[in-house]
Design a protein around this ligand. Structure first.
Ligand code: ZN
Ligand code: ZN
Length: 455
C-alpha cells in the first residue's frame, strides 16, 4: 500500500455525519490507553469514524489501543510528542495540527490536536522555532532512515507545530520522574529556584497565580528542614498507624517552611512546604525532577535546572481545624507524622550550613546566610544505659531498636486534679552508631483524638 502523506493546518475540517456538530479538536477529552497508560493520538477515516492510535515508538506495541479518558488513568505514561523522551516537562500549545494520509482506496486524517507534551530539549527547540533540529532529534532517537515517508511526515508535523506555536508553556505535573536525591546543603538554592518558578511566567494547572505568589512568599520567609534517611523511614513507618489527627499552627515546627525527605515517601513526593494563614495550613507537595538516571544528557539537565529547578508542585491541600489527617492521606500523613515526631522531640534538628558556593552567592546579594535544619533521630544513649541496669558492664547492643510509643493519661493542674493525654513517643534504644533493626516497627498507639500540646 503506497500512502502519500500531506500536511495541512485546517482548523475546521469537514467530518462525516458520525461526528457530533460542535465537537472541536480542542474540546475532545485527551485519551490514554488503559493497557500501557500512553496518551493516544486520534485519526478519522473518510466516513468520519474516529480511531485512537498509539504514539509512534521505537518498538511496536504488543496490544491494540484500549482508549479511556486520560483523567481516568492513574499514572499516565506521557512521553515527549516530538522525540518520545519518557520525561516531558512542559505542555506547548499550537494551532490544530492534522496530517492527511491519502491512499488508493482510503484516506484518513491523523488529528494531533493543539497540545504537545515536550521534554526540556524539545521545548527549547520548539520555542526557538528550530523545527528542523526537532525533526533531526526525533528521527535520530527513533532510529529512522531519513528521508523516508515517515520522516517527511514528522518533518511536516513539526513545521506545523512550530509555525503555529502559541506563546507560553504549562508545567506538566503528572509525569512521574524517578526520585533524584537532593542534598541538605543545596536546599537554599532549591528553595530559591522553586520561588522563581512559582513567581515566573510558566503556567501551572495545579495552582492559580495568587496562590503561587502566596506560596513563594511563605517559602522565602520559611525555615528549611532536611530529614535524614533514618528519620524519613521512621516518619514513613509511623504514618502507617497515624491516628486521625487535627493539626493547628502550634503543632508546626515553624509557621512556614519547606521540608525535604531523604527519599520519596508516597506517590513520588519527596518534599512539602507549608504556609499558615487565617484559613488554615496550606500544604504543597513536590516531586523531584531531572535525576541523572532519567536524563544522561548533561546539557538537558542543566537546561532543566535553569528553566525549572529541582522540585515541581504536584498537589496542594488546605488543612483546616475541621479536617483530620489519617493514615490514608499518603504524603500528607507522612508530613503530619514528621511534624509530630519533631514536636515530640523524637528527633533533633541540627543546623547545617549551605554549600560554600550558595553561601557566597547569598553574601554577594547581601542576604543573610541560609540555614538548613537537618532532622535526625535523637540519640538516646543515656536512656539506654539506665535501662540496661547499673553496675554490670554489658555487651553493647548490636542494633538499635524502636520502642513503641503509647498514650499516657497524666495528672496536672491545681491539686493534680486534672488529667490529660500525653503521648510518649517511640524512641530508639541502643548505641547511636549501631544500625536500626529492620524488623522492628514503630506503633503510634492512639484513639481518635487531638494529640496533646507540649507542656
Ligand atoms: Zn497501549
Ligand atoms: Zn523531546
Amino acid at each position: 500500500m503506497s500512502h502519500s502523506i500531506s500536511f495541512h493546518d485546517d482548523p475546521s475540517p469537514e467530518y462525516g455525519p458520525d461526528v457530533a456538530i460542535g465537537t472541536s479538536i480542542g474540546l475532545r477529552p485527551e485519551m490514554a490507553c488503559r493497557a500501557c497508560r500512553r496518551i493516544l493520538n486520534t485519526s478519522f477515516d473518510t466516513s468520519g469514524q474516529l480511531r485512537h492510535l498509539h504514539p509512534t515508538a521505537r518498538t511496536s506495541y504488543d496490544h491494540d489501543p484500549d482508549p479511556v479518558p486520560s483523567a481516568e488513568v492513574a499514572g499516565v505514561a506521557r512521553s515527549c510528542d516530538f522525540c518520545s523522551d519518557r520525561y516531558p516537562v512542559f505542555r506547548l500549545d499550537s494551532g490544530p495540527v492534522q496530517a492527511l494520509a491519502l491512499g488508493e482506496d482510503d484516506s484518513s486524517v491523523d488529528d494531533f490536536g493543539t497540545t504537545w507534551s515536550a521534554c526540556i530539549t524539545c521545548t527549547l527547540l520548539a520555542q526557538a522555532s528550530k523545527s528542523e533540529a526537532l525533526t533531526q532529534r526525533a528521527v535520530t532517537r527513533m532510529g529512522w532512515a531519513d528521508p523516508t515517508i515517515a520522516a517527511e511526515a514528522v518533518r511536516a508535523i513539526h513545521a506545523g507545530v512550530v509555525g503555529t506555536l502559541r506563546p507560553g508553556r504549562t508545567l506538566l505535573t503528572d509525569v512521574h520522574w524517578p526520585h533524584a536525591p537532593i542534598t541538605a546543603t543545596a536546599l537554599p538554592k532549591v528553595r530559591d529556584r522553586l520561588t522563581t518558578l512559582l513567581t515566573g511566567p510558566d503556567r501551572m494547572d495545579l495552582l492559580q497565580v495568587r496562590q503561587r505568589q502566596a506560596i513563594a512568599a511563605s517559602l522565602q520567609g520559611g525555615r528549611l528542614y532536611a530529614v535524614d534517611d533514618e528519620f524519613t523511614d521512621l516518619a514513613r513507618t509511623a504514618a502507617v498507624d497515624l491516628p486521625a489527627t487535627v493539626l493547628d499552627v502550634e503543632d508546626l515546627p515553624a509557621p512556614h517552611g519547606l521540608l525535604l525527605w531523604a527519599a520519596a515517601v508516597a506517590g513520588g513526593v519527596c518534599a512539602a512546604s507549608w504556609a499558615s494563614n487565617n484559613d488554615g495550613i496550606q500544604i504543597i507537595c513536590y516531586r523531584a525532577i531531572g535525576g541523572t538516571d532519567s536524563i544522561n544528557d548533561a546539557t538537558a539537565v542543566q537546561a532543566l535546572r535553569e528553566q525549572v529547578g529541582w522540585l515541581i508542585p504536584v498537589d496542594h491541600q488546605l488543612i483546616t481545624a475541621r479536617r483530620a489527617i489519617t493514615s490514608a492521606d499518603g504524603a500528607l500523613a507522612v508530613m503530619a507524622a514528621t511534624w509530630l515526631l519533631i514536636a515530640q522531640r523524637t528527633g533533633e534538628a541540627v543546623s547545617v550550613l549551605a554549600n560554600r558556593s550558595i553561601r557566597k552567592a547569598y553574601e554577594r546579594t547581601r542576604r543573610p546566610t541560609p540555614e538548613v535544619r537537618l532532622v535526625r533521630i535523637r540519640s538516646r544513649q543515656n536512656t539506654s544505659r539506665r535501662e540496661t541496669g547499673s553496675g554490670e558492664s554489658r555487651q553493647p547492643q548490636a542494633q538499635r531498636q524502636w520502642i513503641s510509643g503509647y498514650w499516657r493519661s497524666q495528672p496536672h493542674g491545681p491539686g493534680r486534679a486534672l488529667r490529660k493525654d500525653v503521648y510518649v513517643f517511640a524512641y530508639l534504644r541502643g548505641p547511636t552508631d549501631a544500625p536500626i533493626a529492620a524488623s522492628t516497627t514503630v506503633r503510634i498507639l492512639a484513639s481518635e483524638r487531638r494529640h496533646p500540646k507540649p507542656q
